[in-house]
Write a new protein. Structure first.
Length: 341
């Protein structure tokens, strides 16, 4: 099976949902499956119904038995929108998200057949404006996962998600992730996701936990012992120590104020790759329409490949700056490097 990054996955899921198919996404924990589902829902103004299959019994999927007019029937759950329901105010429909889908028991899995294939709950049709997507962990990841029958798998389209640090960095730049974390991932991409199902650690570095780590160090100029302890409880001990050590690099670099005060010669250009990556992130995260000319002068002193990294980050964080004359001039000269031949 092809493995796809977050951008490719979102495009594929959108096409499947438009075609009336039910996609199933599998990946290791912490890679952002549910975030992608919610992003799609937001794009198309759909209300998300977060349905955790692992916590359900068959009656949660097909309805509760009861008596109507002296005959046994099934009373369906209110969380499944049927064709007689009104679309929620402010939305254009629903996205039913069957999370932890491959963690349910066999009876619940069987109850899901009708929902997925026939789009029915008991005898009631799902609302035509309700889309369905599913997700779960990999069987190899020591998560609570059950092998599904072919009767289930053949009713779904399947995707396996992989981590792509370049895609994550673009997302991080657009979502106010701390610049030290972004810089570390640029310098050491393999630390973005290090999941070992055999380890006894309670947590590990992943796209999800690095987002948590960003909140831990937000507005902290340096990472002290207590902060390192908190980070260890967020991304694991090894990653916490690496981030703390990497953050010390910033103490040896000129500040953004010093760089902008004299961008041509008032600061020493570092030679170490780790320090160069730190400078690119510093420049990009402090770019504004008021300082972009000075910033581009400073950026021009970096090796060309580092200049490209700075510009790509600026494009994602502050797209309006693309129209600035000095950015246009740089892009014109370096388009073959920036966009490839």
């Amino acid at each position: 099976m092809f493995e796809v990054n977050a951008v490719e996955l979102e495009q594929a899921l959108i096409e499947d949902l438009k075609a009336g198919l039910t996609p199933m996404v599998a990946s290791s924990p912490g890679m952002g499956k549910s975030d992608i589902i919610r992003s799609i829902a937001k794009t198309f103004n759909l209300k998300v119904i977060d349905f955790r299959v692992s916590q359900c019994e068959p009656v949660d999927m097909q309805g509760y038995p009861g008596i109507t007019d002296g005959r046994m029937t099934f009373h369906i759950p209110e969380y499944f929108p049927i064709e007689t329901d009104s679309i929620p105010e402010g939305y254009d429909g629903w996205l039913l998200f069957l999370d932890e889908f491959n963690s349910g028991n066999k009876q619940t899995e069987a109850a899901a057949y009708k929902l997925i294939l026939d789009r029915e709950v008991y005898k009631h049709k799902l609302h035509p404006r309700c889309l369905i997507a599913a997700a779960g962990n990999l069987t190899t990841d020591r998560a609570i996962v059950n092998t599904q029958s072919t009767a289930t798998t053949s009713r779904l389209t399947h995707y396996r998600m992989r981590v792509d640090h370049k895609v994550w960095i673009e997302w991080a730049n657009a979502n106010e992730i701390d610049h030290r974390i972004i810089s570390l991932i640029k310098f050491k991409p393999e630390i973005l996701h290090k999941f070992d199902p055999q380890t006894n650690e309670l947590t590990f570095p992943s796209p999800r936990t690095w987002e948590f780590a960003s909140k831990v160090i937000k507005n902290k100029s340096e990472i002290n012992h207590i902060t390192t302890v908190r980070l260890a409880g967020t991304v694991g001990e090894g990653a916490a120590v690496e981030l703390a050590a990497y953050s010390e690099i910033y103490q040896n670099l000129p500040t953004i104020e010093q760089i902008l005060a004299n961008p041509k010669s008032g600061w020493k250009v570092p030679k170490e790759p780790s320090e160069l990556f730190a400078v690119t992130t510093m420049l990009a995260h402090n770019s504004t329409k008021d300082n972009i000319e000075k910033l581009m002068i400073a950026n021009g002193r970096l090796p060309t490949e580092m200049q490209v990294i700075t510009l790509k980050d600026i494009y994602k964080r502050n797209p309006k700056l693309k129209k600035h004359p000095i950015i246009k001039e740089w892009t014109s000269k370096n388009a073959h490097i920036l966009f490839g031949n």
